[in-house]
Design a protein around this ligand. Structure first.
Ligand code: HAM
Length: 429
C-alpha cells in the first residue's frame, strides 16, 4: 500500500487536466511574443534576504507565508513567493542595462504558506510581466491593457479592473504619519488583525475585510489627500487614457496591495465567479525597488496573473485537444522495427502519431486505435514486412473506412503525398 500523498496545498496536475493548462499557456505565450516581450527564467530558490528586503519584512507574505529553511551550508534559502524581486535581482546581478528598457515575462510555480482553499494553494503558478526601465504613463496603460487583453483573449468575461494610486514615498510617508496618529486614537475600535498591523504594516489596514473596521476607517485620513500635485496628475492621466481605450475600471482607494514595493499605480483584476479568492491579477508600479536592492534608479511596472484562478475562469472549449492522426498497428519482430522507422519518419510532419508498443494481438491494437478515434491506421504485420510494404487506412468521421493504400516502405514520396492530401490538407509541411 502506498501511503504517500502530496503535501497540503499542493496539487498534481494530471494529463487530462493539463490539456487546458497547455492550451491556456499557448495562447498567453503567443500574445506575449506578439507584444515583443521576452521570457526570463530565474531560480525557484533564492536567498531569504532577497524577499525580506524586496517585498518587505512587515508584509504577510514575508512574515507569515514563506517556505524558508537552512541548506546544508547553513544559508537561509526561500522558495520564491513571487517573481518581481527575483527579476530585479537578476537584472542587477548581470548588469543588464535597462537602456533600452526591458519587457520581460515569466511563468512558473510560487510558494506561500497560506490556508488552502478553492483558488488558494501553497504551491501555485503565476504568469508575471515586468516592464523595467519604463517611466511613462503609457507604460502603465500598456501593462494594464496587456493583462486585460490576455484575460479577454482567453474568453473570460465579467472582469472588474480596480485601480488606485499609492503616490511616491514622500506622499506615503506623509500620509502614514497622519494615519498613525489617527490609529493611536482609534486603535481599540479596530479588529484584532488590524491592531496587529499598526506596528508592522499600517497601510494594509486599509485593505481589511472586517466590516466594522471598514466602517470606522471611513473617518480616517485618506492617502489620496496626501498626494503631491505630480502624483495626482499622473493618476488623472491614467484614468483618462483608460477611458479613451474603453477599458472599464473602478477606483478603489483602499487597494493597497500586499507587497511593500509599490508606488503610484496599483491595480487588481477580479472576477465574481471566483468566490472569496476573487483576484486573478495584481500589479503596479515599483519605481524604487531596483535602487533599494542596490541597482541604479530604475522605474518599473508589472503584474502577475494567478494561473490556477485563471484556469478556473476559462471555458471548457479550452479543454479540447488534437486527436491522433496515425495509429501504427504492428506485430512480429521485423514488423516492429519497420513500424518504428515509419513512426520516426512521420514525426517530421505536423501529425500526432501513436505507435503501438504492446505486442498485443491485431484485434486488440485495432480496438485501441478505434478508442482513440485515430484518423488513420497503418498496419504492418509479418506479411507486409516480408513484402517491405505497409497498409494505410483512412477513416471517415463516423469511423467507416474511407480508403486504403499499400505503400512501399522506402517510398517516402508516396507517403508524403498521401499524408499531404489526406491528413494535413490545410497545414504547412
Ligand atoms: P500578488 O497580488 O501577490 O502579486 O499575486 C498575484 C496573483 O497571484 C494574485 O492575484 C493571485 O491570482 C495569485 N496568487 C497569489 N497567491 C496565491 C495563492 N496562494 N494561491 C493561488 N494563487 C495565488 C505579486 O505576486 C506581484 N509580484 C505582482 C507584480 C508583478 N507586481 C508587479 N509586478
Amino acid at each position: 500500500m502506498n501511503n504517500f500523498k502530496n503535501l497540503r496545498g499542493t496539487v498534481d496536475l494530471l494529463p487530462d487536466h493539463l490539456i487546458k493548462w497547455q492550451n491556456v499557456e499557448k495562447i498567453i505565450i503567443e500574445q506575449l511574443f506578439r507584444s515583443s516581450i521576452k521570457e526570463i527564467r530565474t531560480p525557484i530558490l533564492e536567498m531569504t534576504e532577497l524577499f525580506m528586503r524586496g517585498i518587505g519584512e512587515g508584509t504577510d507574505v514575508v512574515s507569515k507565508e514563506m517556505y524558508t529553511f537552512l541548506d546544508r551550508g547553513e544559508r537561509s534559502c526561500t522558495l520564491r513567493p513571487e517573481g518581481t524581486a527575483s527579476v530585479a535581482r537578476a537584472l542587477i546581478q548581470h548588469g543588464i542595462s535597462t537602456k533600452p528598457s526591458q519587457k520581460l515575462w515569466y511563468m512558473g510555480p510560487m510558494f506561500r504558506y497560506e490556508r488552502p482553499q478553492a483558488g488558494r494553494q501553497r504551491q501555485f503558478h503565476q504568469l508575471g510581466v515586468e516592464f523595467i526601465g519604463y517611466e511613462s504613463v503609457s507604460s502603465d496603460i500598456e501593462i494594464i491593457t496587456l493583462a486585460w487583453d490576455i484575460l479577454e483573449k482567453l474568453g473570460i468575461k465579467e472582469l472588474n479592473l480596480e485601480i488606485n494610486t499609492l503616490g511616491d514615498h514622500i506622499d506615503r510617508s506623509n500620509f502614514q504619519k497622519a494615519f498613525l496618529k489617527w490609529l493611536e486614537v482609534n486603535k481599540n475600535s479596530l479588529d484584532f488583525d488590524s491592531q496587529r498591523r499598526i506596528d508592522k504594516n499600517p497601510l494594509r489596514i486599509l485593505d481589511t475585510k472586517d466590516v466594522k473596521t471598514k466602517q470606522i476607517l471611513k473617518g480616517a485620513p485618506r492617502l489620496f489627500d496626501f498626494l503631491s500635485e505630480k502624483s495626482l496628475e499622473r493618476y488623472l492621466i491614467i484614468k483618462e487614457k483608460l477611458k479613451l481605450l474603453k477599458i472599464p475600471f473602478i477606483e478603489n482607494s483602499n487597494l493597497v496591495r500586499g507587497l511593500d514595493y509599490y508606488t503610484h499605480t496599483a491595480f487588481e483584476i477580479t472576477s465574481g465567479a471566483l468566490g472569496s479568492q476573487a483576484t486573478v491579477c495584481g500589479g503596479g508600479r515599483y519605481d524604487s525597488l531596483i535602487s533599494q536592492m542596490g541597482g541604479a534608479e530604475t522605474p518599473a511596472i508589472g503584474f502577475a496573473i494567478g494561473l490556477e484562478r485563471l484556469i478556473l475562469l476559462c471555458g471548457n472549449e479550452l479543454e479540447e485537444t488534437r486527436e491522433t492522426d496515425v495509429y501504427i498497428v504492428n506485430k512480429g519482430t521485423h514488423a516492429e522495427i519497420l513500424a518504428m522507422e515509419l513512426s520516426r519518419k512521420l514525426r517530421n510532419y505536423d501529425l500526432i502519431i501513436e505507435l503501438d508498443l504492446s505486442g498485443a494481438s491485431f484485434s486488440k491494437q485495432f480496438k485501441k486505435a478505434n478508442k482513440l478515434k485515430s484518423k488513420s491506421i497503418i498496419v504492418i504485420g509479418d506479411d507486409e514486412a516480408e513484402k517491405n510494404v505497409f497498409v494505410i487506412r483512412l477513416f471517415n468521421n463516423d469511423n467507416s473506412e474511407n480508403k486504403e493504400e499499400t505503400i512501399l516502405i522506402e517510398d517516402n514520396l508516396k507517403l508524403e503525398k498521401w499524408v499531404k492530401s489526406n491528413l494535413i490538407l490545410d497545414r504547412n509541411l
